[in-house]
Write a protein that binds this ligand. Structure first.
Ligand SMILES: Cc1ncc(COP(=O)(O)O)c(C=O)c1O
Length: 379
């Protein structure tokens, strides 16, 4: 099942200059200086596009990022680098400079809540600098995701009995009580600096993709959202690069956890939490409240928001698998909407998809839950 809603109450101009190519240069510089760095692939699905009668469809494959199977480390490592730089009183230090401050690094601890991939990025990045980290996960998390976070870096990981939102509040409190650094990928009143840096960290994937596409302007971008930080960041880059005519951005969420859908449905400009039952296999998108910073950008730069049920996501995973792309439940969501919409005359019309359309999507994760991946693909 798919529901689509137009963003009828578009916000005022937003300053996206922090996402310009020049302003994000240092971020790419950090990413490129990491041993685990290599540009992730951009794949053009030519047969698919021909079959669906559109001009092109590009998939940026983040399942290959830093060996972590997801894009999230881009934000975590940049935010942690910024926190460490500031704590050491250094301006734009190299990794080598940072590593000379062993005692200070040993004393630093990072903490976060995650439904999987962000925590893996934080564990990896904290481990990279030799810092301690704690990662807390909401109820319903499968153990294999917790173990993957431990394996990625330094984190001690605990699956709690809390919802994602309650878990975020819990880790924010722990951070305050223990003077640890909270690296959360969503913002709220009074907590904006770190999430802003995390979002900026995601810009690298967009600039890589733009270069790989020779700066061809996509007509449509379908971006999956949990709290919307990824979607907001990518929308901001494309709005910055194609100032006069930004691509049409559609947000994609699971049917039962659709906070942007609810926010646009009410449409008074404020954020609203999802009202569904919270059940979805799209674990990375299972976040009930939008990130304020992301909403500011998406309120202006998204044209619509869509919800997809798990069966639509599963079909997207299978089509990507048939195109040799390993895409997990949340990873495929943007593509899954494109795939389903292109099969429906009504949705083609509503999204203004035609033979001139150039679609850009991000495969944000690989098989981060291998057992479920196998079940879906063989299913
Ligand atoms: C694989 C994957 N895709 C997309 C997202 C959504 O990112 P955001 O929460 O910034 O909207 C997440 C978030 O954890 C994720 O893990």
């Amino acid at each position: 099942m798919i529901k689509l809603m137009a963003n009828k109450n578009r916000g005022a101009e937003v300053d996206t200059s922090a996402y310009s190519f020049a302003a994000t240069e240092k971020i790419r510089g950090l990413h490129e200086s990491l041993d685990a760095y290599s540009e992730t692939p951009l794949l053009e699905l030519k047969n698919f596009a021909a079959e669906k009668n559109i001009r092109a469809l590009y998939v940026k494959d983040e399942s290959k990022r830093f060996g972590l199977k997801a894009f999230k480390g881009l934000g975590g490592v940049w935010a942690i680098y910024k926190v460490i730089s500031r704590a050491l009183g250094l301006d734009n230090p190299t990794l080598e400079e940072i590593f000379t401050h062993r005692a200070e690094l040993d004393a630093m601890t990072f903490i976060t809540t995650t439904d999987g991939n962000h925590g893996k990025g934080v564990s990896w990045a904290a481990g990279l600098f030799g810092c301690k980290s704690f990662v807390y996960m909401p109820r319903g998390t499968v153990e294999i995701r917790a173990q993957a976070i431990r394996d990625a870096g330094s984190a001690q990981v605990q699956i709690t009995d809390m919802t994602y939102d309650d878990c975020v509040k819990f880790t924010a409190r722990l951070a305050q009580e223990n003077h640890w650094h909270l690296i959360q990928d969503t913002s709220w009143d009074g907590y904006e600096e770190i999430p802003a840096q995390i979002m900026l960290g995601y810009s690298t994937l967009a600039y890589e993709a733009l270069r790989q596409m020779n700066y061809l302007r996509p007509t449509h971008i379908f971006l999956q959202a949990g709290v919307g930080s990824m979607a907001g960041a990518i929308a901001a880059v494309f709005a910055e690069v194609f100032k006069e005519n930004p691509p049409r951005v559609t947000i994609v969420e699971p049917t039962e956890v659709a906070c942007f859908y609810e926010t646009m449905r009410i449409g008074d400009g404020k954020i609203y939490s999802a009202t569904g039952n919270g059940r979805t296999m799209m674990a990375g998108l299972n976040c009930a409240t939008p990130c304020e910073l992301a909403w500011k950008i998406l309120r202006r730069y998204s044209a619509d928001t869509a919800t997809i049920s798990d069966d639509v996501a599963a079909e997207g995973m299978r089509v990507l698998a048939a195109n040799k792309i390993i895409s997990g439940e949340s990873g495929c969501a943007g593509f899954a909407l494109a795939n389903a919409a292109l099969n429906s005359e009504e949705l083609r019309g509503a999204l203004e998809l035609d033979e001139n359309s150039i679609i850009f999507v991000v495969n944000t994760e690989g098989d981060t839950d291998p057992a479920n991946y196998a079940r879906v693909i063989n299913g």
